[in-house]
Ligand binder design. Structure first.
Ligand SMILES: O=P(O)(O)O[C@H]1O[C@H](CO)[C@@H](O)[C@H]1O
Ligand SMILES: [Mn+2]
Ligand SMILES: [Mn+2]
Length: 396
């Protein structure tokens, strides 16, 4: 029998909770997004609702400012990742029981000339940049040049991403999307296999005033197999994607999709979906933690965004029905106090709550993010790929 009618999963993008067992392979030993945020905020990181759900309980050492709940509301644990990379796509696909086992290509020394030449020919524009960079820093360096020449700014990071930044008034967003779509078609393998081509539009008069807009668009690889979303859809269960979810899965397996302008806009969409009557799964991604604060190595902004979310979580808890299940997690780390500006290979939190729960407790350390997807399928009695292990029976 279906235990929960509606399952909601909120992915707090990049909110990791301590270096993963394989962090050494990623040069991320010592990273801890939540732990270091607590320290940076010197006790001022107040997360009463996430705290009640067990956000500190799931750790060996509590987050400074976030007390261990004596009686947590629900179940808590943490999950390790088995995917080859530490990008959003790896994390989300793995949650949906499709871990990325083949390492994707990344380009620490920039993209090959031959690939860029094709993009230049297609677009009729020259390419500048072509190196790993922070997306805001590279605008400071090359944005004004782009405004004069109309060249494309191409850059990457430690992830498998090809990012194209373009001033909206110089290269219209539609044109940028067309160029990105073309670039996407060049990197679906076998020669080059890149996780995401990302359009990065921005506006502003000069280098001190450039801001990136919500017209960011991620062109992801299409999932190379069935995900939990597909299995649910095949069984007439409703699937909703809020925020980057639609992009991350190339729309595959998603019935209803919402684009987010910000974390709070994403929570507004969730509030709306919470009023809908359906049987199925709503998957929410909140990207500001990552894009606005993690990569920018800004702990204060990161903490403020978490506190804003915490307040909204409180409101969500108040409207959940007995046959709803809410799970909160993350897709990787992005420790804003760590060296560099890349994601960090970390455990992610796992919080599970339903008003109907009679007991509370630990879900332990899960070996893969796929346990989350396995639990969702188990709930709806749908058979999937069996990559993960369901913890449905533990939720009492
Ligand atoms: O520095 P910005 O442009 O935010 O880019 C970051 O965003 C990408 C996608 O999350 C990461 O790979 C990193 O490059
Ligand atoms: Mn992410
Ligand atoms: Mn990121």
């Amino acid at each position: 029998m279906t235990k929960y009618q509606r399952i909601f999963v909120i992915v707090m993008d990049s909110v990791g909770t301590g270096a993963a067992p394989d962090a050494d392979k990623f040069d991320d030993v010592g990273s801890d997004t939540l732990g270091h945020l607590g320290e940076a905020l010197k006790g001022e990181l107040k997360l009463p609702n996430l705290g009640k759900l067990g956000l500190s309980n799931l750790r060996d050492n509590p987050i400074k400012g976030v007390l261990n709940a004596e009686a947590p509301l629900g179940y808590y644990g943490k999950m390790a990742e088995i995917s080859a990379g530490k990008d959003s796509m790896d994390g989300h696909w793995e949650m949906m029981e499709l871990p990325v086992t083949k390492p994707l290509d990344y380009f620490p020394n920039g993209f090959p000339e031959e690939l860029l030449a094709k993009i230049e020919k297609f677009s009729g524009r020259k390419i500048i940049g072509n190196r790993p960079a922070s997306g805001t820093k590279i605008l400071e360096e090359l944005g004004e040049e782009q405004m004069k020449t109309g060249d494309l700014i191409v850059y990457t990071s430690g992830d498998s991403v090809l990012q194209i930044a373009a001033h909206e008034e110089i290269i219209p967003v539609k044109e940028l999307y067309r160029i990105c779509e073309y670039a996407r078609s060049l990197v679906n393998g076998p020669e080059y296999l890149i996780g995401r081509v990302i359009a990065r539009p921005y506006i502003g008069p000069d280098k001190d005033h450039f801001t990136r807009t919500a017209n960011r668009h991620d062109f992801s690889l299409e999932p190379d197999g069935k995900t939990v979303l597909d299995y649910l859809q095949e069984h007439q269960l409703h699937t909703v994607g809020i925020g980057k979810i639609n992009d991350i899965f190339s729309g595959q397996g998603i019935d209803e999709g919402y684009h987010n302008e910000s974390n709070m806009d994403g929570m507004d969409h969730l509030d709306h979906v919470l009023t809908e009557d359906f049987k199925g799964f709503c998957f929410v991604n909140l990207v500001d933690f990552d894009a606005m604060y993690g990569h920018r190595r800004n702990p204060t902004g990161y903490a403020k965004a978490l506190m804003e979310l915490d307040e909204r979580i409180g409101q969500v808890l108040a409207v959940l029905k007995d046959d709803d299940l809410l799970m909160i997690t993350a897709d990787h780390g992005n420790d804003p106090t760590f060296r560099g500006t890349d994601h960090t290979r970390e455990f992610v939190p796992l919080l599970a709550f339903s008003p109907s729960m009679k007991e509370t407790g630990s879900l332990g350390i899960r070996k893969t993010f796929a346990d989350l997807g396995a639990t969702i399928l188990d709930n709806f009695e749908v058979k999937g790929s069996d990559v993960g292990t369901s913890f449905l029976a533990d939720l009492k």
